[in-house]
Design a protein. Structure first.
Length: 178
């Protein structure tokens, strides 16, 4: 799930109200904009939620996506996060089929990637890894040869890196103010 030049990471602050997420997803669907990744949760202020949306700008120019999002009344602020100036994370949970004799290999892989073994059965392990999306991609690639029974990834979340000189958010032109 690596961010390439044709993807942009948007942080969208919205009112924490029923139906807001559905309206945003419907907007993307109606306009045939591709959502590469979507994560949403309440912020430190219970009145608001933050969506981290990784959008495929091959499906539409970024400016068009922002204009359409700004038309939604529950959207408070839209910012584009520069991957070089933000902290990005994703969570992967996977169940890997493995006979007892192969467990040490998988356990070592989990240790190297700084993941965790969450559950063990006679013929499988459930593992988790939190990290930068490229690290999660690499871990998933390394697990595949062992046989994945189930796999779930959360999608990307991101915040600007802390900087003594000020915030690293770049407001998108035309975005509403908070």
């Amino acid at each position: 799930m690596s961010t390439q030049m044709n993807h942009h990471v948007l942080s969208v602050l919205v009112e924490n109200k029923a139906g807001v997420l559905a309206r945003i997803v419907n907007l993307f669907s109606r306009r045939a904009y591709n959502i590469y990744s979507l994560a949403v949760a309440p912020t430190e202020d219970e009145r608001f939620s933050r969506l981290t949306v990784v959008v495929d700008v091959d499906s539409a120019p970024l400016e068009q996506i922002v204009k359409q999002l700004n038309k939604l009344i529950n959207v408070i602020k839209i910012t584009e996060l520069d991957p070089a100036r933000s902290v990005e994370r994703e969570l992967l949970i996977a169940t890997v089929r493995c006979p007892v004799e192969r467990r040490p290999e998988i356990s070592e892989l989990v240790r190297i990637f700084e993941g965790k073994v969450l559950a063990v059965s006679n013929d499988a392990l459930t593992v988790s890894l939190e990290g930068h999306p490229s690290k999660v991609d690499d871990f998933e690639d390394m697990l595949r040869p062992y046989g994945l029974d189930d796999l779930q990834r959360t999608g990307r979340i991101a915040l600007p890196k802390l900087d003594r000189d000020g915030a690293r958010l770049r407001s998108v032109k035309g975005a509403k103010s908070a």
